[in-house]
Design a protein around this ligand. Structure first.
Ligand code: SF4
Ligand code: SF4
Length: 225
């Protein structure tokens, strides 16, 4: 989800790459679980998150949706999945009774990133430190790439860029006609191709993403040809 605020308002004014050090390490959160509650629909999943959840839990998005752990919502005209926040305190579906993340190794990119955010420009992105979001004030310095807790940082960076600008293009396509039949078709195809068709947790994610991107181009061309 895009936020219409200036970087100066919400960050320390710096942009970071994966090799930079940033004061983001909240030292295990020390019992705090503030950013795992009350987040509404903002813990949005991308295809890599769905793949990681498959690897970690052995479950596809359809199963998470059926169990109410994930849900679908419209973001800028595009239907995307997000983790559910429910019940008293609006707790993440994966927050344990002890206030810990129950899927730490498979948690979505938004959770791995926090309190960093991404700033996109000129076909690329860098990270920024959100200064008002994390309750822990004595955060330690950590290398951005390490903080992301994601193997193969370079390929991950490429995927994040690709996915972001791909969604941007789709948002432009449906803008002003969100309820139209073509927009509905586009959303259905997107969901099916990138989210609901099960990922193989044993295979390379980026190869699967590439295959789905090619399939998308083929299918979308056919539907609009
Ligand atoms: S607000 Fe900071 S310390 Fe609290 S759970 Fe979130 S990241 Fe951890
Ligand atoms: S997946 Fe884990 S880290 Fe992310 S909001 Fe849920 S409990 Fe918190």
């Amino acid at each position: 989800m895009k936020r219409q605020v200036s970087l100066a308002e919400i960050s320390d004014g710096r942009l970071y790459g994966e090799n930079d050090m940033v004061r983001a390490d909240c030292q295990g959160c020390k019992g705090c679980f503030q950013c795992c509650t009350g987040m509404g629909t903002s813990v949005i999943l991308d295809p890599y998150d769905v793949f990681r959840l498959k690897q970690g839990l052995g479950e596809d998005l359809a199963q998470l949706l059926a169990k109410g752990q994930a849900q679908l919502n419209v973001v800028d005209g595009i239907i995307l999945p997000n983790l559910s926040m429910a019940g008293p305190g609006e707790r993440c579906a994966f927050l344990t009774g002890e206030g810990r993340c129950g899927i730490h190794g498979s948690r979505p990119g938004i959770c791995r990133l926090f309190p960093l955010g991404r700033y996109y420009e000129n076909g690329d992105f860098r990270y920024f430190l959100q200064t008002g979001e994390c309750r822990e004030k004595n955060r330690l310095k950590v290398k951005v790439g390490k903080w992301l807790d994601t193997p193969d940082t370079e390929r991950y960076h490429g995927f994040v860029c690709s996915w972001h600008f791909f969604l941007n293009g789709l948002e432009e396509q449906v803008k002003g006609a969100e309820d139209s039949e073509p927009a509905k078709r586009l959303n259905l195809l997107l969901l099916q191709n990138f989210f609901l068709t099960p990922y193989d947790g044993e295979r390379d994610f980026y190869q699967q993403y590439q295959e789905r991107t090619e399939r998308w181009e083929h299918q979308w061309e056919q539907k609009n040809g």
